[in-house]
Design a protein around this ligand. Sequence first.
Ligand SMILES: NC(=O)C1=CN([C@@H]2O[C@H](COP(=O)(O)OP(=O)(O)OC[C@H]3O[C@@H](n4cnc5c(N)ncnc54)[C@H](OP(=O)(O)O)[C@@H]3O)[C@@H](O)[C@H]2O)C=CC1
Ligand SMILES: Nc1nc2c(ncn2[C@@H]2O[C@H](COP(=O)(O)O)[C@@H](O)[C@H]2O)c(=O)[nH]1
Ligand SMILES: [K+]
Length: 490
Amino acid sequence: MRFYSDTPPFDLTYDDVFLMPNRSAVASRFDVDLSTSDGTGATMPVVVANMTAVAGRRMAETMARRGGLVVLPQDVDTAAVGDIVAWVKSRHPVWDTPLVLTPGDAVADAMNLLPKRAHGAVVIVDEEARPVGVVDEAACAGVDRFTRLSEVADPEVLTMPISATPREVFDRLHGRTAGIALGVDEQGRLAGVLTGVSALRAELYRPALDARGRLRVAAAVGVNGDVSGKAQALLDSEVDTLVVDTAHGHQEKMISALKAVRAVVDAAGRSAQQLGDGGVAVVAGNVVTAEGVRDLVEAGADVVKVGVGPGAMCTTRMMTGVGRPQFSAVLECARAARELGARVWADGGVRHPRDVALALAAGASSVMVGSWFAGTYESPGDLLRDEQGQPYKESFGMASKRAVTARTRGDSAFDRARKALFEEGISTSRMKLNPAAPSVEDLLDAICSGVRSACTYTGATTLEEFHAKAMIGIQSASGFAEGAPLPRGW
Ligand SMILES: NC(=O)C1=CN([C@@H]2O[C@H](COP(=O)(O)OP(=O)(O)OC[C@H]3O[C@@H](n4cnc5c(N)ncnc54)[C@H](OP(=O)(O)O)[C@@H]3O)[C@@H](O)[C@H]2O)C=CC1
Ligand SMILES: Nc1nc2c(ncn2[C@@H]2O[C@H](COP(=O)(O)O)[C@@H](O)[C@H]2O)c(=O)[nH]1
Ligand SMILES: [K+]
């Protein structure tokens, strides 16, 4: 990556910079390969942050199916992580997991379930798990909440063998009003669902799969407690990527924790000998300097997580003055990591597809997103409604009082009170669910379209080429404002 003009004497963040178009020989945006180069096996450069309000099993399943990764938070106990990983790995790599009820269940049960997944339908099954009807939101409208589903379900279900290709499913669904295909096994039992748009996505995206063809998932480990034991347990649970995570990653405690994790991975013979060979990548952070990167790579990190203070739930910069504008942090850290054969993830502060493109241009192999994805069907929280009836989900920072209180549950009252003093995150925030883009998959579509297009403007067909060719300009606040759309005129 090069700057178009002289590098300024101050640090920059995403809003301060823009990409210059280059002469391009790339004929189509579909010619761009979004695979990452960091050994995680991700086929799209998006990682979901290890935040309790964002990263759970539905998010993990959905992201991996489209090629991204979810990092399960370190606050989830090891046994529960094991259950989640086993569940994610038992999911079909193409067909989505159905929401299932029986004819005797009530409309209220269906209404509670519907916002859990983007496909907009609950499948009604008989005692042999064979589909007998479909219930959507329209079927539940205007009827008593205790009505039995047998009375409102549409019995006209479209079943297809689970072996059908997404293209076959898309073609069968095209033009039909009932927008969902039910995948069934040889005994006619329900095994998955696909909508037209998810069949289309299945043709456009490549799932992130482990060596046995199962969906990939990552998990975090903190720097305190029995780090080796936790890392070993995560490996035993078949976690595919380990993330050693703490606020201040450039500290001795991190270095010793990281060495311990490295030793566990090496002893298990699971280390990635070279980027992309299918071993377990070890990620560590967060840092914002080249020095920090070098120390963490020396201690065993394959990937270093970059970002202090850019996160939407984060109050670190206001509390401490510490941090660094994220574009410059990513640029310097990516350069240092690449010199050592390692990579960085740009963690935090991503709110638009352009931010993803700019982080990749600066040399990140992937971009970590938290809050932006909190307001989606796939995040773990319940769907709530504000005073105007608009849907939202609650989000909170992992260094907030709320998260610290949960994390220190087992400590003495005195220790908990002491820890609670160091609050560096927001305990409650409302992340609106956009009715036009309620699923994380809608956001992934926007991100991937934006990044594919950025690559063709730059003349690149891979993310490595994009980084090599990117030319970055620096803009004023009015330059940034000019780029924003004006949907209501002026
Ligand atoms: N990217 C970012 O800007 C930030 C991210 N976070 C996220 O919040 C989560 C919790 O992280 P964390 O607060 O590190 O909790 P951890 O439970 O990982 O504990 C951090 C450890 O480091 C010690 N420590 C020393 N200096 C600091 C410091 N300046 N800030 C924090 N800990 C320090 C703490 O000791 P003691 O408590 O005794 O001081 C504690 O032992 C993580 O997921 C992290 O990524 C949190 C803040 C900033
Ligand atoms: N300083 C804090 N940083 C936090 C906290 N919780 C999470 N984070 C960091 O933010 C990113 C995600 O950024 P986002 O803009 O996409 O939400 C996450 O990966 C952490 O590094 C917190 O409480 N305080
Ligand atoms: K912030």
